[in-house]
Design a protein around this ligand. Structure first.
Ligand code: PMT
Length: 217
């Protein structure tokens, strides 16, 4: 039916940051409140999809009708994503930390006694690029890109490198992370659409409309 255009589709959404532990009390992370990803999961559920939301550590309630898997690290997020496959659509909104600490301390690192313990970092798996190269690649694979400058240029590069169909580029030089509004550019193989600044719920419903249209063609 027209008002449930994603009925029968399985949509995966990742949202929030990942936390990469240094010791039992400290971690490295990227900034993300989870708001934009949770809004997309909710809009997809309203549109009738079966929705799996893989969420990093955030303080947000689960949207109605959404299956949620909570994770902490990028490696856990990758595992949860792989367990959710196959899906029709994946929207990767999470701000995944690029590195993890190779030797996580079992006890709190003490600052007394001087000297800062050097941290050895290793690269995290790129979950979006993994899906882009997978035999189980979703029919529509959508990434996000947070940039502070040359937003569309970097997004075009990421789209091709990671094998994504679309990249939603957001200019995060303002108050996007944690705020209620977003200014995005939809970067596809056909070009770039600039959307005006709007609240994250509206970005979510417009994106879900665009996804529904793409799947019906
Ligand atoms: O959570 P909010 O406060 O509402 O803020 C929303 C947001 C700004 C975090 C969100 O809209 C956003 O832009 N998310 C992507 C942020 C980002 O840092 O992107 P990136 O350039 O590191 O990664 C590009 C894409 O690859 C993203 O789809 C990301 O999920 C994915 N990725 C990145 C690294 C990695 N190891 N695995 C991934 O899957």
């Amino acid at each position: 039916p027209l008002h449930r255009p994603l009925y029968g589709r399985h949509v995966l959404v990742t949202a929030g940051p990942t936390h990469e532990p240094i010791d039992p009390v400290r971690y490295i992370a990227n900034r993300s409140s989870g708001k934009q990803g949770f809004a997309i999961a909710e809009a997809a559920a309203v549109a009738g999809a079966r929705v799996t939301l893989v969420a990093g550590p955030v303080h947000l309630p689960t949207p109605p009708g959404v299956d949620r898997i909570d994770v902490e690290t990028a490696r856990e997020m990758e595992e949860a994503v792989n367990q959710t496959l196959p899906v029709d659509v994946a929207v990767m909104v999470a701000a995944v930390a690029d590195w993890h600490v190779t030797r996580q301390a079992g006890q709190k690192i003490k600052k007394e006694g001087g000297g800062i313990a050097p941290l050895e970092l290793a690269e995290n798996p790129d979950i979006l690029a993994g899906l882009g190269a997978s035999v189980q690649k979703p029919r529509l694979l959508i990434g996000f890109a947070a940039e502070t400058h040359d937003v569309v240029h970097y997004a075009q590069g990421k789209r091709q490198r990671k094998g994504a169909d679309w990249i939603i580029a957001n200019d995060v030089s303002g108050d996007v992370m944690g705020g209620n509004h977003n200014t995005v550019h939809v970067v596809t193989a056909d070009g770039v659409e600039d959307w005006e600044r709007m609240d994250k719920e509206r970005v979510a419903t417009r994106l879900v409309e665009r996804i529904s249209n793409a799947l019906s063609h």
